[in-house]
Design a protein around this ligand. Structure first.
Ligand code: CA
Length: 221
């Protein structure tokens, strides 16, 4: 899954960005509101971590514009403003969650996981599909209850397919969900992840739709 981080404090941005990557997400980081709005209209993110005090366009304005254009992406607001009025303004503008600085990185990771789960319609931290269970909190995978070792990106590929069960994900969509800006992607990288997933789990788990992409069949629960 791919997260947009909007934070103009470079030290904090660096730390948060590293923390999100460590939690297994692809992260793009912008330092101002205008760049963030451009990115949101060109790339399909799963969530936004949004600072409020920003150059260009402040966070509340950006959030208001997003919601006015019916953009329903989950937004977690980060702010140094801790008055009740500011909090209410943030939530009224369409924030899904709120974290006051300074905060603990593990709390941000946990809140973001909960937000992503809610937005994808999953009810708990476990995602089931047939013989497979993904634990979204610990990033562990089980096949017939036995743990299976997957790399962070293999896990992310499987999660993306399972959360979209019954729909086809193109190679481009999978790449977008797995990689941030400027990250080098080999031309057959996704094929390698799919190959590894079939080998480590089972062969007919993921179907190739020739010339389109990949899918996990729905209703196999
Ligand atoms: Ca700021």
């Amino acid at each position: 899954m791919r997260i947009l981080l909007v934070e103009d404090d470079t030290l904090l941005g660096k730390g948060v960005s590293a923390g999100l990557v460590q939690a297994g997400w692809a992260v793009d980081w912008t330092l101002d509101g205008i760049d963030a709005e451009t990115a949101l209209h060109s790339i399909c993110y799963d969530a936004v971590v949004l600072d409020l005090g920003l150059p260009g366009m402040d966070g509340l304005t950006l959030l208001g514009r997003l919601r006015a254009s019916k953009h329903s992406i989950p937004v977690l607001v980060l702010t140094a403003r801790e008055t009740l009025a500011d909090r209410v303004a943030g939530l009224d503008a369409g924030a899904d969650d709120y974290l006051v600085k300074p905060f603990d990185l593990t709390e941000l990771q946990a809140r973001l996981r909960a937000l992503l789960r809610r937005s994808k319609g999953a009810t708990g931290p476990l995602l089931h599909h047939g013989r497979i269970v993904l634990d979204l909190t610990s990033h562990k995978v089980f096949l017939d209850s036995a743990p299976v070792e997957l790399s962070a990106r293999e896990f992310a590929t499987l999660q993306e397919l399972m959360m979209n069960a019954g729909r086809v994900r193109t190679r481009g969509q999978l790449e977008e969900s797995l990689y941030g800006w400027g990250e080098e992607i080999g031309s057959n990288t996704i094929e390698v992840y799919i190959h590894n997933l079939r080998r480590k789990l089972y062969a007919d788990l993921i179907r190739t739709i020739r010339g389109v992409g990949y899918t996990i069949t729905a209703g196999n629960n």
